[in-house]
Each structure stands twice: as C-alpha cells, then as structure tokens.
Design a protein around this ligand. Structure first.
Ligand code: RP5
Length: 174
C-alpha cells in the first residue's frame, strides 16, 4: 500500500455509511488514502495529535466529516497547515442537517474549511483528489478522464431521451 495522501476522518463510526463515498471515489481516481474515526468531543487529544502529525506523516489533504455540533473539521483546520475539506453529515443528533452545515461552514477568518454539501462525501473525495492533482500529473489525467465520463453520461442521456421520448426513457430508468 502506498503512502496515503488523503486522510479521511469522521466523528463516529456511524458516519461511515456516508464517508465511505469519499474513499470509494479516491479508489476510483487512484489516490491513496487512510480512513479512521477521530472524535472532536469524545477524543479531543487524539484529534489534536492526528492534526498535528498529519503533514509530517505525508498527508496532503484531510477530509473530515461530522454531524450535529460538527466541530471536527474546524478544529482540525485550526491545528494543521493542510487544507481541510469538511463534510456536514445529517446524523442521529442532527436537527435537520443545517446544524452540521453551519457548524462546518461558518469558520472564523483565517481558518478556512472547504465545506461540501450535506452528506457530500463523494464531492469531498473528488475535491481532495483535485488538490493532489495540482502536483501529480497522473492523478490530474485521471481527474480529466473522470470529468470526461461525466460529460459523456449527460450527452448519452440527452441523446437517449430525445430519441425515445421521456415516457420510454423513464421506463428504462425506474
Ligand atoms: C458526531 O455525532 C459524529 O460525527 C456523528 O455524526 C454524530 C453522532 O455520533 P454517534 O452518537 O452516532 O456516535 O460527533
């Protein structure tokens, strides 16, 4: 296994069904990652230790997900010089998800967290890969191909929809 470039962390193992999407897309793009649970509230010392050592261990980006009073991404960002991508999660202790979004989004000046949509772990993984790609030509090429596939899917769908009409098209996609 090669040196992880992206650290995926989450406040609880209950976040894994969402956060695994970041891991899956990093695998798709061939970016090595590590994944673990680091809780801001239940294991604060572990969180500080992880954030303090992340850069010297060779990580280049941290993807941090948390729900409810989601302090993990912001607190990690306060300790590490690495870019942090935050994933707000609608979890068992969320009111409606806005609590997680705003906890991660509304950071004070000087301590940014690149916040993706609620439960947007896949986009967080893509964004992390794009950061790695800025100095890794192989990953950059994979990101280009990934975006090309997105484009092709839309064009194929459009051609299919126009050819078959929307009722027939829906039958094939139910
Ligand atoms: C947050 O509390 C975690 O990130 C999780 O989203 C939420 C609930 O945690 P559990 O009670 O399921 O462990 O800190």
């Amino acid at each position: 296994m090669s040196q992880p470039k992206v650290g995926i962390i989450m406040g609880s193992s209950s976040d894994l069904p969402i956060m695994k999407e970041a891991a899956l897309v990093l695998e798709e793009l061939g970016v090595p990652y590590e994944l673990t649970v680091v809780s801001a509230h239940r294991t604060p010392e572990r969180m500080v230790d992880y954030a303090q050592k992340a850069a010297s261990r060779g990580l280049e980006v941290i993807v941090a997900g948390a729900g409810g009073a989601a302090h993990l991404p912001g607190m990690v960002a306060s300790v590490t010089p690495l870019p942090v991508v935050g994933v707000p999660i609608k979890s068992s202790n969320s009111i409606d998800g806005w609590d997680s979004v705003l906890s991660i989004l509304q950071m004070p000046a000087g301590v940014p967290v690149a916040t993706v949509a609620l439960n947007g772990a896949r986009n967080a993984g893509i964004l992390a890969a794009q950061m790695v790609a800025t100095h890794d030509a192989v990953v950059m090429q994979r990101v280009r191909e990934f975006k090309e596939r997105l484009k092709e899917k839309v064009l194929d769908d459009a051609a299919d929809l126009e050819a078959r009409g929307w009722r027939d098209f829906l039958k094939g996609h139910d």
